[in-house]
Ligand binder design. Structure first.
Ligand SMILES: NC(=O)c1ccc[n+]([C@@H]2O[C@H](COP(=O)([O-])OP(=O)(O)OC[C@H]3O[C@@H](n4cnc5c(N)ncnc54)[C@H](O)[C@@H]3O)[C@@H](O)[C@H]2O)c1
Length: 346
């Protein structure tokens, strides 16, 4: 069988720790043929390290020369849309890192380009690939939870402002914890609640801790260059009367170092996803059931594996570009509400 060709755009952290090694584990079916980065030295270094035959500083040159079947987009959020569309328009299947983009228009444009060019487009929402989520989704579809009328979505860090990269740069990333980490848990909740029609969204955002020097548990950040929210608290109301309470922070004065979870509340059962437990009643007893899933599951690997297998026609995509548009609408509405101080009617 002829191997499918892969190209990587952006040779930074996520490309090196996840995309490249995970694609290389599929060496029977695919081959990474090129890597591009606006920093040519980085592209060269990473190409040598991973034995990738060609490196480029311009992704268009790479797309034209390599003619890849699969492309990973691993650049700062600001460039997701343009670069993804450049690849889709050339007939490539694309796995773009999360978040989908910075604006709703961009996410819609990416979705439309994938449809127009009849190629696959997926996003790096790797938590969606966990066994816990697949198990819960089946139970929910089976009716075990009854009506899920509320969810609590959290990704809070006590002092987890990244001291590297672009994560505190609004122009490059579009925002802080909401668009970087909270988005993963929001994506899970929306998937498990089956994307209810949105009614309105309210949020408040704060820059209380990031703008001053402080203790860093994920490296030292530069308060003078901190241009994103350090926390955001939101409420999402759906037309079916269900709602989500959302909390996300890079820095918050709380006991735990890191809280990352989705809790679902249905009229028959409730659940917490990480770790997976369900809560209900049986006769006159309350029940708590825990499901010990493997702790070592590599979700980044599973995300790449699903994309590769979908491109090989063996599986359906788990994360679709329509779902990505939905999540982008929520993110942008939460930011808009935080900025204007008013609810956003959807
Ligand atoms: N799924 C996850 O959990 C996860 C984790 C980390 C990062 N990410 C996402 O991955 C993306 C990249 O993050 P990172 O941590 O690897 O950042 P990074 O800064 O380590 O790497 C980004 C690379 O892109 C290059 N670059 C910038 N503009 C470019 C362009 N126009 N064309 C080609 N290369 C360009 C930079 O030179 C840099 O080498 C972001 O969207 C981020 O949100 C996702």
């Amino acid at each position: 069988m002829k191997k499918l060709k892969v190209a990587i755009i952006g040779a930074g952290q996520i490309a090196q720790v996840s995309h490249i090694p995970n694609y290389q584990s599929f060496h029977e079916e695919i081959e990474i043929m090129g890597i591009s980065d606006t920093n040519l030295q980085t592209a060269k270094k990473v190409a040598e390290q991973f034995s990738i035959p060609m490196y480029f500083h311009n992704h268009i040159d790479m797309l034209e020369k390599v003619k890849p079947d699969l492309v990973s987009v691993c650049v700062p959020n600001r460039f997701h849309c343009q670069i993804t569309c450049d690849a889709l328009e050339r007939g490539c299947n694309v796995l773009c890192e999360k978040p989908p983009a910075i604006t709703v228009e961009e996410a819609e444009k990416m979705n439309a380009a994938a449809k127009e060019h009849h190629v696959l487009l997926s996003f790096g929402f790797h938590f969606r690939h966990s066994s816990e989520v697949a198990f819960l989704k089946d139970k929910i579809m089976n009716g075990d939870f009854g009506d899920i009328y509320s969810a609590r979505v959290q990704w809070n860090r006590r002092r987890g402002i990244p001291g590297w990269g672009n994560f505190t740069n609004k122009e490059m990333q579009g925002g802080g914890p909401l668009i970087d980490i909270g988005v993963h848990m929001l994506d899970l909740a929306a998937y498990l609640m089956d994307y209810p029609d949105m009614d309105y969204v309210c949020a408040t955002a704060h820059e209380k801790i990031g703008k001053r020097k402080g203790v860093g548990l994920m490296g030292d950040w530069n308060p003078d260059k901190f241009s994103v929210e350090d926390s955001l608290f939101g409420y999402i109301k759906f037309k079916n009367a269900a709602s989500i309470n959302l909390e996300t922070s890079f820095a918050l004065n709380m006991k735990e170092k890191d809280i990352r979870n989705v809790q679902l509340f249905g009229d028959k059962l409730g659940a917490t996803v990480f770790p997976l437990e369900t809560f209900g009643e049986d006769g006159n007893q309350l029940t708590n059931i825990s499901y010990p899933f493997p702790v070592t599951e590599d979700l980044h690997y599973k995300s790449i594996a699903n994309f590769v297998n979908a491109c090989l026609g063996k599986e359906s995509l788990i994360v679709t570009s329509e779902q990505a548009v939905y999540i982008q609408r929520l993110i942008c509405a939460l930011y808009e509400s935080a900025e204007t101080g008013k609810p956003v009617i959807m």
